[in-house]
Each structure stands twice: as structure tokens, then as C-alpha cells.
Design a protein around this ligand. Structure first.
Ligand code: SF4
Length: 425
């Protein structure tokens, strides 16, 4: 046995210690080592974290069978290796493994005047405009859909319309940012009086315009939908940046909606069916409905209605195996240490002009009074949505998987708990 060896962990390996538990996760091949029993290994891993992932192992260490097994497992899973110290002058240097963007984001909160602040607009990627809050006739359900995912906001009593000039100003102010998508939602946007005018402006900007229509919106305002459809079919020949999302939920028997939408599909306009489910029974009936729709693109969202926790526990809550099967990449893990991957870069503008990030978090300002730059800067420096990680939430803050697990979503807020998993109760 040689006198000492350098033991190092590769920069692509995520290492986490929580209390006496350790996890090493290889972001390249998905291999995992979990250990919770041996104090010598715990000390060794702590020492690796304190010493830029390179430590010296003496013959004393390497004679400990458990440490030897651990080192061999690290080697066999391509997470690290031993280097003979007699051939290396001084401690080998391990490059830092935090990507620049995330270092900047971490620093951004501390200093509003940092270099990053001047470039803060580069973090803006998506704005959702709720054009009105027109109520759904005959449908009292899904009032909270918009607090869980992108869904029409049907909580109005009349027609509260967001002025199209204000929308235009917001988008123009965002020039030079990383904005690439506008989500356009109602109420019922078919009742929005300036829809055509807005589309004339949208034609001139090379961003994705993603519209959301509830199937009942179409049935309630069939004439409005026919006009909308013929404009889109004509527009398609000059612009391919428009897409339509059709919001559908059970009970559903209005198949004529699919007939109406079919013309758009025929013209090559992407129409995605967004299916909202509340129970295992609805989930099992989905395939039939998808087939009948004639659509090719789908997304499925669970909806928490206050009474279906069991469904969420069965179909939505994740297991340890699912977290690992998702194979989070190195940049995902870095991102989750400092920002919320689901909300970061996204701003919502409600029909009354209020700015929000993540919809239900604190109001950030008002369209017309506050510039989009001020809104982005406020959220970036002081907001609690773009930076909502699992680090400070119970029970996630004590969990080994806190950075392997997806960022907290709106579902956690809707269910009133921080973890949608079977790992911690
Ligand atoms: S406790 Fe939190 S971090 Fe841990 S697995 Fe569950 S949701 Fe993820």
C-alpha cells in the first residue's frame, strides 16, 4: 500500500449531505451512491466538500474496509478516482463547477448595483397577458385553475379589458431582453374588443404567441371564434409564430368543438389539447378523448379541487425512483440551488393591469405606472417567486434530494404543502 493517494470527485458529480446521510449523484450516467451508516465516510465526504473535491487519503484510510469499499464504488460508478501522490507535485487542482449564470444569480440578490443588474432584462423570457376576466357561463368550476397552471381567469363579473396599447408598450419596452414567448389568455379572449388590433401588432414581432382558449369559450362565442379562426388561417401564410392551446376538462361531450378547431389544424397551425384531470377515472378516460379530438399534441395537468388529495397522492406525488429516473442534469442542479426553474424569467399581467411573478405571489407593480425593467429588477432583487427553491422549505430543507427534485410549483401552494412526494411525510 502506498503512503498516500489523492482522492478526487469529478466536477459533474453532485454531492449532498443532510444530517448523517450522504448522496453522490453522477449527472452524466445517473449513478447514485447513498450512505448513512459509516462516520468515517461522512467525515471523508465533508472533507471533500471543504477541499474543492480533492483530499489526501492515507494508508490508514485505505485500510478501513468500509472506506475502501466506498472509494471502489466511487471509481466503479465513474464519480472519481485515486491518484498516486508520489507522481504528482502538490495537490491536484479541481476546477470550480458552478456555472457563471448561477453564480451571477446568487450574487444578484445581494447587490442591486452589480454588473448583472444592468443586464437583468436578459433573464426575462416569458410574459403572460390575461386580456380580460370574462366569466364562464354555467361553469362555476376551475376558478382556481389559473393558480395552478396557465388557464383562463374566469373570476370577473363584467368585462375588465387590458388596454392593447399598454400591452404593446410592455412588449416594446422588453426589446433587448430574452423574451421569446407571449401567452395570451382570458377570461374569454374571444370577447376582447381589441383582439384583431393586438394581432396586427403581434404580426410585427418575431415572438411565439401562444393563445389559450377554454372549449366553452368557443361554444359561448361561436361567431367570435369563426372570425378568430379565419384571421388565423389567413395569417398563417405569412407567420408561423402563433399557436393555440385548447383547454378541456371532464365531463366533456361537446365534440363539435373539435370540428371547429380542425380547420386550424388543417392549415398547419399548432393546436395543443390541454387536458385537465381531477381523478384517476378521468385519467383512465383520457386516451379515448385524445383519440376523438383529432389533435396530435397534448399536455395533461392535474387540478386540485380541494377534495382530491388522494388522486394527487396516487398520480402526482413523486417517488425517489422517479426523481432519479428524470436524470437531472448538472445545470438543473445548479439552477435549483439558486432559482426556481419553473417560474424564473416569467411575468404575468392580469386584466386589471397588475404585474405578478408566478401569479399568486406578491404584486410587483402596475402596467402603465411601472416599467417592465422595474418589475423584472424588483422580482430579481427582492421577489420571492423566481428564487423560490426547496432550500428553506420544510421538509425539503432536510432532504437529500432537495436539488435533484424539481423546483416548487404552483401545485404545492394550491395543496398548502411544500412537498408533493412520498419521501417525506
Ligand atoms: S421532501 Fe422535498 S426535496 Fe425531498 S423529495 Fe420530497 S419534495 Fe423533493
Amino acid at each position: 500500500m502506498k503512503k498516500s493517494m489523492w482522492f478526487y470527485i469529478e466536477p459533474y458529480v453532485h454531492v449532498q449531505i443532510q444530517k448523517d446521510n450522504i448522496i453522490l449523484y453522477n449527472t452524466l450516467n445517473g449513478a447514485v451512491i447513498e450512505n448513512s451508516s459509516h462516520p468515517g465516510i461522512l467525515e471523508l465526504v465533508k472533507s471533500l466538500l471543504d477541499n474543492r473535491a480533492v483530499i489526501e487519503l492515507t494508508s490508514h484510510h485505505l485500510q478501513d474496509p468500509q472506506i475502501k469499499d466506498f472509494v471502489n464504488e466511487v471509481k466503479s460508478k465513474f464519480m472519481g478516482d485515486l491518484l498516486d501522490s508520489q507522481w504528482i507535485k502538490g495537490k491536484p487542482f479541481q476546477v470550480g463547477n458552478e456555472l457563471k449564470l448561477f453564480r451571477e444569480v446568487r450574487g444578484g440578490r445581494k447587490s442591486g448595483n452589480s454588473l448583472l443588474s444592468s443586464d437583468v432584462m436578459s433573464h426575462l423570457t416569458e410574459i403572460s397577458f390575461y386580456l380580460n376576466n370574462y366569466p364562464l357561463r354555467n361553469e362555476a368550476i376551475f376558478q382556481n385553475g389559473c393558480k395552478q397552471f396557465l388557464f383562463s381567469k374566469h373570476d370577473g363579473v363584467g368585462e375588465e379589458n387590458l388596454n392593447s396599447e399598454l400591452i404593446k408598450n410592455v412588449v416594446l419596452e422588453a426589446e433587448g431582453s430574452s423574451l421569446f414567448r407571449l401567452n395570451i389568455l382570458g377570461g374569454n379572449l374571444l370577447y376582447y374588443p381589441e383582439l384583431e388590433k393586438l394581432e396586427d401588432f403581434f404580426d410585427s414581432i418575431p415572438l411565439i404567441k401562444s393563445y389559450y382558449l377554454h372549449y366553452i369559450d368557443i361554444l359561448e362565442h361561436q361567431k367570435g371564434f369563426e372570425e378568430f379562426r379565419s384571421r388565423w388561417c389567413a395569417r398563417r401564410s405569412i407567420d408561423s409564430t402563433y399557436e393555440l392551446n385548447l383547454l378541456i376538462h371532464f365531463p366533456f361531450d361537446r365534440f363539435e368543438v373539435f370540428e371547429r378547431v380542425k380547420h386550424l389544424v388543417k392549415e398547419g397551425i399548432p393546436v395543443k389539447g390541454i387536458f385537465i384531470v381531477q381523478s384517476s377515472r378521468e385519467l383512465s378516460n383520457l386516451e379515448e378523448l385524445m383519440n376523438k379530438s383529432g389533435l396530435e399534441e397534448f399536455a395533461v395537468f392535474p387540478y386540485f379541487n380541494g377534495h382530491n388529495l388522494e388522486f394527487f397522492m396516487e398520480s402526482v406525488f413523486i417517488t425517489k425512483e422517479e426523481i432519479l429516473e428524470a436524470r437531472p442534469q448538472r445545470q438543473d442542479i445548479f439552477a435549483r440551488t439558486v432559482l426556481n426553474q419553473l417560474h424564473f424569467g416569467k411575468i404575468n399581467v392580469l386584466s386589471n393591469g397588475d404585474y405578478y411573478a408566478g401569479y399568486i405571489e406578491n404584486k410587483l407593480g402596475e402596467v402603465g405606472s411601472d416599467s417592465i425593467y422595474e418589475i423584472v429588477m424588483n422580482e430579481f432583487i427582492q421577489g420571492n417567486c423566481w428564487r423560490k427553491t426547496r432550500e428553506n422549505l420544510s421538509p425539503c430543507k432536510d432532504c437529500l434530494y432537495q436539488y435533484l427534485c424539481p423546483s416548487p410549483s404552483l401545485f404545492e401552494s394550491a395543496l398548502g404543502r411544500n412537498n408533493l412526494c412520498h419521501i417525506q411525510s
